[in-house]
Design a protein around this ligand. Structure first.
Ligand SMILES: O=P(O)(O)OC[C@H]1O[C@H](O)[C@H](O)[C@@H](O)[C@@H]1O
Length: 445
């Protein structure tokens, strides 16, 4: 189960900053129901970018992915060339559930030193490169592809083609025709699925198949979230968490801290940050009015960040809503042993590490509540593919619901374009000479 613990956002627990949940839910019932119905109605229209709702139903594509993985038994290292939505989902799930034996590497930056370090340690004949780009035009990914393709060809000759697999849009961009011309295997990012919503399609499943993740259960968990997202409000978890975010943003809580109590979930906040920030940080609403929506997602990991950020969360401004994620049981546990001479630590003797982790999570949440800092907790029975799939899809639904509540398009990202265009101009790309001149006049060279 994925459950919502609301105690620390309620008026009774945190005082004037809190909410009266039953009446808040009742007051917003019609709006939330309208949002739910609108999302389900619009999903068949590809222009709405709601294709991620149906992807977990597509077990046929998953079978193709798994067959491809089985046919590549020789792979020891898988290098993912992708950025943003084309890397963060697989990275988060692989860190949480990856079993090996294939080692995964994510190249999501263009800093030369780490790329060289990776190239120096890889054995080309045992390496498969998965270039992932929906648009097929992202400069970072394309630069990495040019480098890895050359590296493979220099070392393997014509054999390099066995070492590349492409994941891209079925028609758009330059990677699709290139894959066809070179005879490279290729998988699809469905046109109606945006990068940050693509973890359950081959963008995520192909690398995760090599990481040994139980993908049938990952998709089954995502389908469970779909079931909830279509349900009546009292069972509709994403509608409820979206309402919490909406209510607290109205109260001036413009920061959302996403804090799982798990090192295995250490990359999940990175995935959430892109999902939340790119989807909800918008200048205009659907009617074209300037609205400037959004709350800023902040990454944190428990218990680690108790010793770095919780001071601020507790005593700093009342501008945050903290979303904890807590596991209810460990996959395995370790006893903390008693040691003679260290009796000052006897409160730990014989307890387990999980007990300590759990106590710290509860203690921190309550200490924040005592300071009037609103926080809620999503609990997962355990960390497995089913629950993680459920949580990922839940967070995508939450984002979609918030987009509806704020009447914005949660599925585009116009704000990132100008920086890309300036980059083209600075790199001397053909066709961008005028912009390059403008930049020079503005002192940017
Ligand atoms: O998959 P790609 O087309 O290469 O896009 C990769 C990423 O880059 C863009 O700049 C967008 O802001 C992201 O939403 C996207 O996930």
């Amino acid at each position: 189960m994925l459950r919502l613990d609301l105690a620390n956002v309620l008026f009774e627990r945190i005082g004037p900053k809190g909410i009266d949940w039953p009446s808040a839910l009742a007051a917003h019932a019609r709006r939330l129901e309208a949002a739910r119905d609108a999302l389900w109605q619009r999903k068949s229209n590809p222009a709405e970018f709601l294709g991620w709702i149906d992807v977990p139903e597509d077990t046929e594509t998953l079978r193709r992915v798994l067959r491809f993985r089985e046919a590549q038994a020789w792979v020891e290292d898988l290098v993912v060339l992708g950025i943003g939505g084309s890397a963060l989902g697989a990275q988060a799930v692989a860190a949480a559930l990856g079993k090996g034996p294939v080692r995964l590497h994510f190249v999501d930056n263009v800093e030369p030193e780490p790329i060289l370090e990776l190239l120096r340690k890889l054995e080309p004949s045992k390496t498969l490169v998965n270039v992932i780009s929906k648009s097929g035009s992202t400069a970072e990914t394309m630069a990495a592809f040019l480098a890895f393709r050359r590296w493979l060809e220099d070392r393997l000759g014509p054999e390099w083609k066995r070492h590349v697999v492409v994941t891209t849009d079925p028609v758009k961009g330059i990677l699709r025709p290139y894959a066809q011309a070179e005879g490279l295997p290729a998988f699809e990012v469905p046109p109606a699925v945006g990068g940050r919503f693509s973890v359950t399609c081959p963008v995520g499943t192909l690398p995760l198949a090599f990481a040994g993740v139980d993908l049938d259960n990952l998709l089954a968990g995502a389908r469970k979230s779909n079931e909830q997202a279509g349900a009546a409000l009292e069972h509709n978890l994403p509608a409820q968490t979206a309402l919490l975010h909406h209510l607290f943003s109205q109260k001036g809580h413009h920061i959302v801290v996403f804090m799982p109590y798990s090192t295995r979930l250490r990359y999940l906040p990175d995935w959430f940050v892109q999902l939340h920030d790119e989807s909800l940080g918008k200048m205009h609403d659907r009617a074209g009015q300037e609205v400037r929506t959004g709350t800023t997602a902040v990454r944190a990991i428990g218990t680690t960040d108790q010793h770095a950020q919780v001071q601020l969360f507790r005593e700093g401004p009342y501008d945050k809503l903290i979303n904890f994620v807590r596991l209810l049981s460990p996959s395995e546990d370790l006893e903390i042993p008693a040691v003679r001479g260290l009796e000052a630590l006897d409160y730990l003797f014989g307890k387990s590490f999980f007990e300590l982790l759990d106590a710290e999570a509860k203690a921190t949440a309550h200490a924040l509540a005592k300071a009037g800092q609103p926080n809620y907790t999503l609990t997962l029975d355990k960390l497995d593919a089913y629950h993680l799939g459920w949580l990922l899809q839940h967070l995508m639904w939450q984002t979609a619901f918030l987009g509806e509540l704020w009447n914005i398009n949660a599925f585009d990202q116009p704000g990132v374009e100008l920086g890309k265009e300036y980059t083209y101009a600075l790199m001397g790309r053909r066709g961008w000479e005028v912009l390059a001149q403008e930049l020079r006049a503005e002192g940017v060279e």
